[in-house]
Ligand binder design. Sequence first.
Ligand SMILES: Nc1ncnc2c1ncn2[C@@H]1O[C@H](COP(=O)(O)OP(=O)(O)OP(=O)(O)O)[C@@H](O)[C@H]1O
Ligand SMILES: O=C(O)[C@@H](O)C(=O)CO
Length: 425
Amino acid sequence: MTLSLGCIADDYTGASDLANTLAKEGLRTIQTIGIPTDHLALPEVDAIVVSLKIRSIAASEAVERARASDRWLRERGADHVMYKICSTFDSTDKGNIGPVLDSLRADAGETTVLVTPAFPQTGRTVYQGNLFVGAAPLNESPLKDHPLNPMHDANLVRVLARQSAASVGLVDLSIVARGAEAIVERLAQLASDGNGAAITDAVFESDLEAIGAAALRQRLSIGASGLGLGLARGLIAAGTVRRHERTAVYGKPVAGPAAILAGSCSQATLKQIAKAEQTMPVLRLDPEKLMNGREEAQLALDWAAERMARTPVIIASSSNPDDVSRLQTRYGRDAVGQVIEQSLAAIAEGLVERGVRRLIVAGGETSGAVVDRLAIPAFRLGQEIVAGVPVLHSIGGRHGDMVLALKSGNFGGESFFADALAIMA
Ligand SMILES: Nc1ncnc2c1ncn2[C@@H]1O[C@H](COP(=O)(O)OP(=O)(O)OP(=O)(O)O)[C@@H](O)[C@H]1O
Ligand SMILES: O=C(O)[C@@H](O)C(=O)CO
């Protein structure tokens, strides 16, 4: 297999979001969980998205895993590797976007790496280096209350400079609007001024096409699904890849009970749970009890087992920002995140052992914990449910054929869960 595009995603929902975009744009794409073993038979594809769970771990470990994935992708022919980050630039002053950028840049021998989290389809735009979530600057959006990485600064030039050893410059919209050549010239200028990274403005898809064409002149780029769209269109326009209809890679429908697990505390997910509660049973876990032992998870499984032959069920740990912060003050942010993720993963395993084959998970970290526990090695891309969330068909794994949807916390409208279940039927 010779890859036209290699991608490394810093979480699993982000990976399926990017894989969805690439597949939609006509690239034959699969999503792998980590670096696949040599035993896994992979179909012939144009792009592979290696999913890592490195957004919120120690920077040194994130760097090591990203570098190993980068080497694996380049050994399979990928000249260009995209590092997929969150469209809301989820990170802290310790990383991990900056440290991963620094190391992948050095490995690729690049000077100035283009960085843009813009994804206009979901309302993420970048102007003068400032990230907007819909009409709100990042620091006024719900991301200010994120349980693991609250975002308090919308200016990404500043945010990235705090995390990276490199100086950070800006390719502003007036340059992007002039097209790929102007972007390439600006990157060269930023490189000669000693910048190692360039936050790049983008508001419309046409901006992303110019950005994609410019980025393909280099060996590495960093961004969210909008950048993926630009790269995919650039590869097709250059004749490097032939456009494939997405239906060619759809998987088979899978029977069996369906369940939804939510660990995201985002406003979008809270609204989706409230809406679903009108039509299906919802079990709201007591996070305090989860912190104090295993019984809550076992009770959840018993609760689900009584219902799931008749109806899909939802099990959620999600709470509002005040409750999240109370719990974190008591037990510590990392400990809370870990324990709740692992509890939801254990519940997922129990549900699958009891026959669940269609599973929706809300939240990137939560999805990572669940998919790791289920030991699914890779996914084929199915139909798009909403922007950024595809149906995923398992490849390999000990539970046979499964369909999943890994929903980024902030993605989807209020009826997301019912919509997803209808498509996954
Ligand atoms: N009630 C709760 N109180 C505190 N933390 C919680 C609670 N419920 C879940 N968590 C933790 O909050 C974190 C949510 O992160 P996760 O990545 O799953 O969702 P998200 O950030 O909304 O999604 P995404 O990364 O896709 O945008 C997880 O570590 C989870 O364990
Ligand atoms: O880019 C996004 O917003 C998502 O794909 C994501 O990474 C959320 O975890």
